[in-house]
Design a protein around this ligand. Structure first.
Ligand code: AMP
Ligand code: GLY
Length: 420
Protein backbone atom coordinates (compact mmCIF):
# COMPACT_ATOMS: atom_id res chain seq x y z
CA UNK A 1 0.00 0.00 0.00
CA UNK A 2 1.15 3.54 -0.75
CA UNK A 3 0.42 6.26 1.78
CA UNK A 4 1.26 9.97 1.73
CA UNK A 5 1.23 12.53 4.52
CA UNK A 6 0.82 16.21 3.69
CA UNK A 7 2.83 18.53 5.97
CA UNK A 8 6.36 18.86 7.25
CA UNK A 9 6.52 19.47 10.99
CA UNK A 10 6.91 17.53 14.22
CA UNK A 11 3.27 16.49 14.11
CA UNK A 12 3.70 14.96 10.66
CA UNK A 13 6.90 13.19 11.73
CA UNK A 14 5.00 11.62 14.63
CA UNK A 15 2.16 10.51 12.37
CA UNK A 16 4.67 9.03 9.92
CA UNK A 17 6.58 7.10 12.59
CA UNK A 18 3.31 5.69 13.90
CA UNK A 19 2.05 4.77 10.42
CA UNK A 20 5.30 2.88 9.84
CA UNK A 21 4.22 0.35 12.47
CA UNK A 22 1.73 -0.97 9.90
CA UNK A 23 3.57 -3.50 7.76
CA UNK A 24 1.07 -3.28 4.88
CA UNK A 25 2.36 0.19 4.11
CA UNK A 26 5.14 -0.43 1.62
CA UNK A 27 5.72 3.15 0.47
CA UNK A 28 5.36 6.25 2.62
CA UNK A 29 5.69 9.81 1.26
CA UNK A 30 5.83 13.20 3.00
CA UNK A 31 4.84 16.39 1.12
CA UNK A 32 7.08 18.27 1.73
CA UNK A 33 8.40 16.55 4.90
CA UNK A 34 11.70 17.81 6.29
CA UNK A 35 15.34 16.76 6.70
CA UNK A 36 14.57 14.67 9.78
CA UNK A 37 11.45 13.05 8.33
CA UNK A 38 13.62 11.97 5.36
CA UNK A 39 14.90 9.07 7.49
CA UNK A 40 11.39 7.67 7.80
CA UNK A 41 9.61 8.59 4.55
CA UNK A 42 10.38 9.74 1.02
CA UNK A 43 10.16 13.53 1.07
CA UNK A 44 8.70 15.14 -2.04
CA UNK A 45 9.26 18.82 -2.66
CA UNK A 46 5.59 19.85 -2.93
CA UNK A 47 4.37 22.48 -0.48
CA UNK A 48 1.47 21.73 1.86
CA UNK A 49 -0.59 24.56 0.30
CA UNK A 50 -0.01 23.45 -3.30
CA UNK A 51 -3.32 21.61 -3.66
CA UNK A 52 -2.91 21.03 -7.39
CA UNK A 53 0.57 19.63 -6.87
CA UNK A 54 -0.61 17.38 -4.04
CA UNK A 55 -3.45 15.92 -6.11
CA UNK A 56 -1.23 15.45 -9.16
CA UNK A 57 1.38 13.61 -7.09
CA UNK A 58 -1.28 11.34 -5.55
CA UNK A 59 -2.70 10.47 -8.96
CA UNK A 60 0.63 10.03 -10.73
CA UNK A 61 1.91 7.75 -7.97
CA UNK A 62 -1.32 5.80 -7.42
CA UNK A 63 -1.47 6.71 -3.74
CA UNK A 64 -3.94 4.52 -1.84
CA UNK A 65 -4.42 6.73 1.20
CA UNK A 66 -3.62 10.37 2.02
CA UNK A 67 -3.36 12.01 5.42
CA UNK A 68 -3.73 15.80 5.30
CA UNK A 69 -2.35 17.03 8.61
CA UNK A 70 -2.01 20.87 8.63
CA UNK A 71 -4.86 23.40 8.79
CA UNK A 72 -3.98 25.36 5.64
CA UNK A 73 -4.49 22.60 3.04
CA UNK A 74 -7.61 21.39 4.87
CA UNK A 75 -9.15 24.86 4.83
CA UNK A 76 -8.15 25.19 1.15
CA UNK A 77 -10.04 21.97 0.33
CA UNK A 78 -7.22 19.42 -0.14
CA UNK A 79 -9.41 16.51 1.01
CA UNK A 80 -12.25 17.49 -1.33
CA UNK A 81 -9.87 17.57 -4.29
CA UNK A 82 -8.09 14.33 -3.35
CA UNK A 83 -11.37 12.48 -2.96
CA UNK A 84 -12.62 13.88 -6.28
CA UNK A 85 -9.51 12.32 -7.76
CA UNK A 86 -10.41 9.00 -6.12
CA UNK A 87 -7.84 9.06 -3.31
CA UNK A 88 -9.25 7.99 0.07
CA UNK A 89 -8.14 10.69 2.53
CA UNK A 90 -8.01 11.36 6.25
CA UNK A 91 -9.14 14.86 7.19
CA UNK A 92 -12.23 17.07 7.01
CA UNK A 93 -13.63 18.63 3.84
CA UNK A 94 -13.23 22.34 3.22
CA UNK A 95 -16.77 22.95 4.52
CA UNK A 96 -16.08 21.08 7.77
CA UNK A 97 -12.64 22.68 8.22
CA UNK A 98 -14.47 25.99 8.74
CA UNK A 99 -14.75 24.92 12.37
CA UNK A 100 -11.13 26.09 12.64
CA UNK A 101 -10.92 28.33 9.56
CA UNK A 102 -13.52 30.79 10.83
CA UNK A 103 -13.87 31.74 14.49
CA UNK A 104 -17.12 33.53 13.63
CA UNK A 105 -18.49 30.26 12.23
CA UNK A 106 -17.39 28.21 15.25
CA UNK A 107 -18.67 30.71 17.82
CA UNK A 108 -22.05 30.98 16.05
CA UNK A 109 -22.21 27.18 15.86
CA UNK A 110 -21.61 26.85 19.61
CA UNK A 111 -24.19 29.49 20.41
CA UNK A 112 -26.81 27.96 18.10
CA UNK A 113 -26.37 24.46 19.54
CA UNK A 114 -25.82 25.38 23.20
CA UNK A 115 -22.20 24.20 23.39
CA UNK A 116 -20.47 25.87 26.37
CA UNK A 117 -17.99 28.58 25.35
CA UNK A 118 -17.02 32.14 26.31
CA UNK A 119 -19.71 34.74 25.60
CA UNK A 120 -18.80 36.88 22.59
CA UNK A 121 -19.64 39.51 20.01
CA UNK A 122 -18.73 39.60 16.32
CA UNK A 123 -17.63 42.80 14.58
CA UNK A 124 -17.06 43.47 10.89
CA UNK A 125 -15.94 47.08 11.32
CA UNK A 126 -13.33 48.63 13.61
CA UNK A 127 -15.63 51.54 14.60
CA UNK A 128 -18.29 49.40 16.17
CA UNK A 129 -15.72 47.18 17.89
CA UNK A 130 -14.00 50.24 19.40
CA UNK A 131 -17.34 51.63 20.55
CA UNK A 132 -18.20 48.32 22.24
CA UNK A 133 -14.82 48.17 23.99
CA UNK A 134 -15.52 51.46 25.77
CA UNK A 135 -17.81 49.63 28.18
CA UNK A 136 -16.52 46.05 27.90
CA UNK A 137 -15.05 44.35 30.99
CA UNK A 138 -11.26 43.82 31.00
CA UNK A 139 -9.34 41.63 30.42
CA UNK A 140 -10.97 40.72 27.15
CA UNK A 141 -9.96 38.46 24.30
CA UNK A 142 -9.77 39.61 20.67
CA UNK A 143 -9.63 37.00 17.92
CA UNK A 144 -9.12 37.41 14.19
CA UNK A 145 -11.78 35.42 12.32
CA UNK A 146 -9.51 33.48 9.98
CA UNK A 147 -6.26 31.52 10.18
CA UNK A 148 -3.35 33.56 11.52
CA UNK A 149 -0.48 31.12 12.10
CA UNK A 150 -1.62 30.69 15.70
CA UNK A 151 -1.09 34.39 16.41
CA UNK A 152 -4.61 35.68 15.90
CA UNK A 153 -5.62 35.66 19.57
CA UNK A 154 -4.80 38.69 21.71
CA UNK A 155 -5.55 38.85 25.42
CA UNK A 156 -5.98 42.54 26.30
CA UNK A 157 -5.62 43.52 29.93
CA UNK A 158 -6.56 47.17 29.40
CA UNK A 159 -8.85 49.14 27.09
CA UNK A 160 -5.77 50.62 25.37
CA UNK A 161 -4.42 47.15 24.57
CA UNK A 162 -7.83 46.06 23.31
CA UNK A 163 -8.13 49.10 21.05
CA UNK A 164 -4.66 48.55 19.69
CA UNK A 165 -5.49 44.90 18.94
CA UNK A 166 -8.61 45.92 17.02
CA UNK A 167 -6.63 48.49 15.00
CA UNK A 168 -3.76 46.14 14.14
CA UNK A 169 -6.12 43.36 13.07
CA UNK A 170 -8.86 45.35 11.33
CA UNK A 171 -7.10 48.48 10.07
CA UNK A 172 -3.42 47.51 9.64
CA UNK A 173 -4.55 44.05 8.53
CA UNK A 174 -1.56 42.26 10.08
CA UNK A 175 -3.31 38.94 9.38
CA UNK A 176 -4.62 40.05 5.99
CA UNK A 177 -8.16 38.97 5.10
CA UNK A 178 -8.30 36.88 8.28
CA UNK A 179 -8.89 40.16 10.10
CA UNK A 180 -11.95 41.31 8.11
CA UNK A 181 -14.09 40.14 11.01
CA UNK A 182 -13.19 39.76 14.67
CA UNK A 183 -14.61 38.05 17.71
CA UNK A 184 -14.39 39.87 21.04
CA UNK A 185 -14.93 37.41 23.84
CA UNK A 186 -15.18 36.97 27.57
CA UNK A 187 -11.89 36.20 29.34
CA UNK A 188 -12.10 32.77 30.97
CA UNK A 189 -9.82 31.27 33.60
CA UNK A 190 -8.96 27.72 34.57
CA UNK A 191 -6.64 24.90 33.55
CA UNK A 192 -6.43 24.22 29.82
CA UNK A 193 -6.79 20.78 28.29
CA UNK A 194 -6.35 19.65 24.71
CA UNK A 195 -8.44 16.69 23.58
CA UNK A 196 -7.88 15.27 20.11
CA UNK A 197 -10.68 13.02 18.94
CA UNK A 198 -11.18 10.70 16.00
CA UNK A 199 -14.59 11.07 14.42
CA UNK A 200 -16.28 9.84 11.27
CA UNK A 201 -19.27 12.10 11.81
CA UNK A 202 -21.21 9.30 13.49
CA UNK A 203 -19.18 8.40 16.59
CA UNK A 204 -16.45 10.23 18.48
CA UNK A 205 -13.48 8.43 20.00
CA UNK A 206 -11.35 10.81 22.06
CA UNK A 207 -7.64 10.18 22.45
CA UNK A 208 -5.78 10.64 25.74
CA UNK A 209 -5.91 14.24 26.90
CA UNK A 210 -2.86 16.47 26.86
CA UNK A 211 -1.52 19.83 28.01
CA UNK A 212 0.33 22.26 25.77
CA UNK A 213 2.76 24.96 26.95
CA UNK A 214 2.23 27.82 24.53
CA UNK A 215 4.40 30.59 25.96
CA UNK A 216 8.05 30.86 24.97
CA UNK A 217 9.54 31.16 28.47
CA UNK A 218 9.37 29.30 31.78
CA UNK A 219 6.41 30.00 34.11
CA UNK A 220 4.21 30.75 31.08
CA UNK A 221 5.97 34.01 30.41
CA UNK A 222 7.05 35.52 27.09
CA UNK A 223 5.33 35.46 23.72
CA UNK A 224 2.82 32.93 22.48
CA UNK A 225 4.37 30.22 20.30
CA UNK A 226 3.12 27.22 18.37
CA UNK A 227 3.82 25.19 21.54
CA UNK A 228 7.03 24.58 23.52
CA UNK A 229 6.17 21.21 24.98
CA UNK A 230 3.39 18.88 26.02
CA UNK A 231 2.45 16.14 28.46
CA UNK A 232 -0.21 13.44 28.27
CA UNK A 233 -2.50 12.47 29.84
CA UNK A 234 -3.50 15.78 31.43
CA UNK A 235 -4.15 15.17 35.17
CA UNK A 236 -6.77 17.94 35.32
CA UNK A 237 -8.91 15.95 32.89
CA UNK A 238 -10.57 13.47 35.21
CA UNK A 239 -12.94 10.70 34.12
CA UNK A 240 -15.81 12.73 35.46
CA UNK A 241 -14.85 15.76 33.38
CA UNK A 242 -14.37 13.53 30.34
CA UNK A 243 -17.95 12.32 30.73
CA UNK A 244 -19.27 15.87 30.91
CA UNK A 245 -17.25 16.83 27.83
CA UNK A 246 -18.56 13.89 25.82
CA UNK A 247 -22.15 14.74 26.69
CA UNK A 248 -22.06 18.54 26.53
CA UNK A 249 -19.31 19.24 24.00
CA UNK A 250 -18.05 16.38 21.82
CA UNK A 251 -21.31 14.73 20.71
CA UNK A 252 -23.19 18.04 20.39
CA UNK A 253 -20.39 19.37 18.16
CA UNK A 254 -20.52 16.35 15.83
CA UNK A 255 -24.31 16.59 15.69
CA UNK A 256 -24.17 20.33 15.07
CA UNK A 257 -21.80 19.87 12.15
CA UNK A 258 -24.11 17.21 10.68
CA UNK A 259 -27.11 19.49 11.11
CA UNK A 260 -25.26 22.25 9.27
CA UNK A 261 -24.50 19.88 6.40
CA UNK A 262 -20.77 19.98 7.23
CA UNK A 263 -20.14 16.46 8.53
CA UNK A 264 -16.71 16.38 10.16
CA UNK A 265 -14.45 13.39 9.50
CA UNK A 266 -10.88 13.28 10.73
CA UNK A 267 -9.24 14.47 13.91
CA UNK A 268 -11.14 17.18 15.74
CA UNK A 269 -9.14 19.09 18.33
CA UNK A 270 -11.04 20.47 21.31
CA UNK A 271 -9.13 23.23 23.13
CA UNK A 272 -10.91 23.33 26.47
CA UNK A 273 -10.77 25.44 29.59
CA UNK A 274 -11.97 23.90 32.84
CA UNK A 275 -13.76 26.87 34.39
CA UNK A 276 -15.64 27.12 37.68
CA UNK A 277 -18.81 26.76 35.56
CA UNK A 278 -17.60 23.56 33.91
CA UNK A 279 -15.58 22.84 30.78
CA UNK A 280 -15.85 25.36 27.95
CA UNK A 281 -14.52 25.38 24.41
CA UNK A 282 -11.69 27.88 23.84
CA UNK A 283 -11.10 26.80 20.27
CA UNK A 284 -11.63 24.01 17.78
CA UNK A 285 -8.94 22.87 15.39
CA UNK A 286 -9.74 20.74 12.37
CA UNK A 287 -6.57 18.64 12.75
CA UNK A 288 -4.09 17.04 15.13
CA UNK A 289 -2.37 19.51 17.46
CA UNK A 290 1.33 20.25 17.31
CA UNK A 291 3.05 19.38 19.70
CA UNK A 292 0.09 17.49 21.27
CA UNK A 293 0.44 14.74 18.66
CA UNK A 294 4.02 14.15 19.82
CA UNK A 295 2.73 12.90 23.20
CA UNK A 296 -0.65 11.45 22.25
CA UNK A 297 0.29 9.13 19.38
CA UNK A 298 3.22 7.48 21.19
CA UNK A 299 0.62 6.31 23.74
CA UNK A 300 -1.73 4.90 21.08
CA UNK A 301 -1.91 1.12 21.33
CA UNK A 302 -4.19 0.59 18.31
CA UNK A 303 -2.80 0.67 14.78
CA UNK A 304 -2.97 4.28 13.55
CA UNK A 305 -3.50 3.41 9.90
CA UNK A 306 -6.42 1.09 10.74
CA UNK A 307 -8.06 3.83 12.79
CA UNK A 308 -7.53 6.52 10.15
CA UNK A 309 -8.85 4.24 7.43
CA UNK A 310 -11.97 3.44 9.44
CA UNK A 311 -12.58 7.17 10.00
CA UNK A 312 -12.37 7.87 6.28
CA UNK A 313 -14.63 4.94 5.43
CA UNK A 314 -17.19 5.95 8.06
CA UNK A 315 -16.67 2.76 10.05
CA UNK A 316 -15.12 4.10 13.25
CA UNK A 317 -17.78 2.51 15.45
CA UNK A 318 -16.34 -0.96 14.82
CA UNK A 319 -12.72 0.08 15.20
CA UNK A 320 -11.14 -0.02 18.67
CA UNK A 321 -9.09 3.04 19.67
CA UNK A 322 -7.02 2.04 22.67
CA UNK A 323 -4.24 3.72 24.60
CA UNK A 324 -1.38 2.41 26.70
CA UNK A 325 -1.14 3.15 30.40
CA UNK A 326 1.62 5.54 31.35
CA UNK A 327 2.54 9.09 30.41
CA UNK A 328 4.48 10.97 27.78
CA UNK A 329 6.38 14.25 27.83
CA UNK A 330 7.63 16.20 24.82
CA UNK A 331 10.20 18.98 25.23
CA UNK A 332 10.51 21.18 22.15
CA UNK A 333 14.02 22.34 21.29
CA UNK A 334 13.84 25.69 19.50
CA UNK A 335 16.28 28.13 17.95
CA UNK A 336 17.18 30.84 20.48
CA UNK A 337 15.08 33.92 19.71
CA UNK A 338 11.98 32.01 18.52
CA UNK A 339 9.17 33.10 17.98
CA UNK A 340 10.88 36.29 16.82
CA UNK A 341 14.32 36.49 15.16
CA UNK A 342 16.63 33.50 15.18
CA UNK A 343 19.51 32.00 13.22
CA UNK A 344 19.41 28.66 11.43
CA UNK A 345 21.79 26.36 9.56
CA UNK A 346 23.43 24.71 12.60
CA UNK A 347 24.20 21.01 12.57
CA UNK A 348 22.08 18.82 14.85
CA UNK A 349 23.89 15.91 16.51
CA UNK A 350 22.55 13.21 18.80
CA UNK A 351 24.63 11.19 21.29
CA UNK A 352 24.85 7.44 20.66
CA UNK A 353 23.20 6.57 23.98
CA UNK A 354 20.06 8.63 23.23
CA UNK A 355 17.01 6.67 24.37
CA UNK A 356 13.84 8.55 23.41
CA UNK A 357 12.07 9.67 20.24
CA UNK A 358 12.99 12.71 18.18
CA UNK A 359 10.31 14.32 16.04
CA UNK A 360 11.90 16.79 13.64
CA UNK A 361 10.19 20.04 12.66
CA UNK A 362 12.56 22.82 11.51
CA UNK A 363 15.28 20.63 10.03
CA UNK A 364 16.84 20.20 6.61
CA UNK A 365 19.32 17.77 5.11
CA UNK A 366 22.68 18.85 3.73
CA UNK A 367 25.31 16.29 2.71
CA UNK A 368 23.97 13.70 5.16
CA UNK A 369 23.94 16.21 8.02
CA UNK A 370 20.72 17.46 9.58
CA UNK A 371 20.78 21.24 9.99
CA UNK A 372 18.38 23.54 11.85
CA UNK A 373 16.03 25.40 9.50
CA UNK A 374 13.24 26.80 11.65
CA UNK A 375 12.10 28.19 14.98
CA UNK A 376 10.84 24.98 16.50
CA UNK A 377 13.58 22.55 15.50
CA UNK A 378 12.50 19.25 17.05
CA UNK A 379 10.70 17.64 19.94
CA UNK A 380 12.15 15.01 22.29
CA UNK A 381 9.42 12.68 23.54
CA UNK A 382 9.84 10.22 26.41
CA UNK A 383 7.26 7.67 27.52
CA UNK A 384 7.28 6.18 31.03
CA UNK A 385 5.05 4.53 33.59
CA UNK A 386 4.08 7.82 35.20
CA UNK A 387 4.23 11.54 34.51
CA UNK A 388 7.21 12.28 36.74
CA UNK A 389 9.35 9.60 35.11
CA UNK A 390 8.31 10.75 31.62
CA UNK A 391 9.33 14.34 32.43
CA UNK A 392 12.63 13.28 34.03
CA UNK A 393 13.46 11.06 31.09
CA UNK A 394 12.60 13.70 28.47
CA UNK A 395 14.87 16.21 30.23
CA UNK A 396 17.67 13.66 30.56
CA UNK A 397 17.52 12.80 26.87
CA UNK A 398 17.28 16.43 25.74
CA UNK A 399 20.83 16.95 27.02
CA UNK A 400 21.99 14.40 24.43
CA UNK A 401 20.75 16.45 21.46
CA UNK A 402 23.00 19.29 20.38
CA UNK A 403 22.92 22.30 18.08
CA UNK A 404 24.15 25.87 18.39
CA UNK A 405 21.70 28.37 19.92
CA UNK A 406 19.39 25.61 21.18
CA UNK A 407 16.71 26.77 23.60
CA UNK A 408 14.07 24.83 25.51
CA UNK A 409 11.76 25.46 28.44
CA UNK A 410 12.85 23.88 31.72
CA UNK A 411 9.38 23.51 33.22
CA UNK A 412 7.36 21.39 30.79
CA UNK A 413 4.91 19.30 32.82
CA UNK A 414 5.63 20.92 36.20
CA UNK A 415 2.18 22.44 36.54
CA UNK A 416 0.63 19.06 35.67
CA UNK A 417 2.83 17.34 38.22
CA UNK A 418 1.61 19.72 40.93
CA UNK A 419 -1.98 19.08 39.89
CA UNK A 420 -1.46 15.34 40.40
P1 AMP B 1 -5.66 29.93 20.38
O1 AMP B 1 -4.70 30.58 19.43
O2 AMP B 1 -7.09 30.00 19.98
O3 AMP B 1 -5.18 28.56 20.79
O4 AMP B 1 -5.57 30.78 21.73
C1 AMP B 1 -4.35 30.93 22.35
C2 AMP B 1 -4.51 30.94 23.82
O5 AMP B 1 -5.24 32.09 24.21
C3 AMP B 1 -5.31 29.78 24.40
O6 AMP B 1 -4.55 28.62 24.55
C4 AMP B 1 -5.72 30.37 25.72
O7 AMP B 1 -4.67 30.27 26.65
C5 AMP B 1 -5.93 31.82 25.41
N1 AMP B 1 -7.36 32.12 25.23
C6 AMP B 1 -8.10 32.04 24.10
N2 AMP B 1 -9.37 32.38 24.34
C7 AMP B 1 -9.45 32.70 25.64
C8 AMP B 1 -10.51 33.14 26.52
N3 AMP B 1 -11.75 33.34 26.08
N4 AMP B 1 -10.20 33.37 27.81
C9 AMP B 1 -8.95 33.19 28.28
N5 AMP B 1 -7.92 32.78 27.52
C10 AMP B 1 -8.17 32.54 26.21
N1 GLY C 1 -0.65 23.23 19.96
C1 GLY C 1 -1.76 23.98 19.54
C2 GLY C 1 -2.22 23.71 18.18
O1 GLY C 1 -1.84 22.76 17.54
O2 GLY C 1 -3.02 24.48 17.68
Amino acid sequence: MKVMVVGGGGREHTIIKKLKENKDIKELYALPGNGGIAKDATCVNIGAKDIEGIVRFAKDNKIDFAVVAPDDPLVLGAVDELEKAGVLSFGPTKAAAAIEGSKVFSKNLMEKYGIPTASYKVFSAADSALEYLKSAPMPTVIKADGLALGKGVIIANTKEEAEEAVRTIMEDKVFGESGNNIVVEEFLTGPEVSVLAFTDGKVVKPMVSSMDHKRALDNDEGLNTGGMGTIAPNPYYTEEIAKVCMEKIFLPTINAMNQEGKTFKGCLYFGLMLTMDGPKVIEYNCRFGDPETQVVLPLLKSDLFTVMNSVSEGKLEDCPVEFKDGSACCVVMASKGYPQKYETGFEITVDKDFEAEIYYAGAKLKDDCILTSGGRVLGVTAVAGNLKDAIDKAYKEVTKVHFDNAYFRKDIGLKALHAE
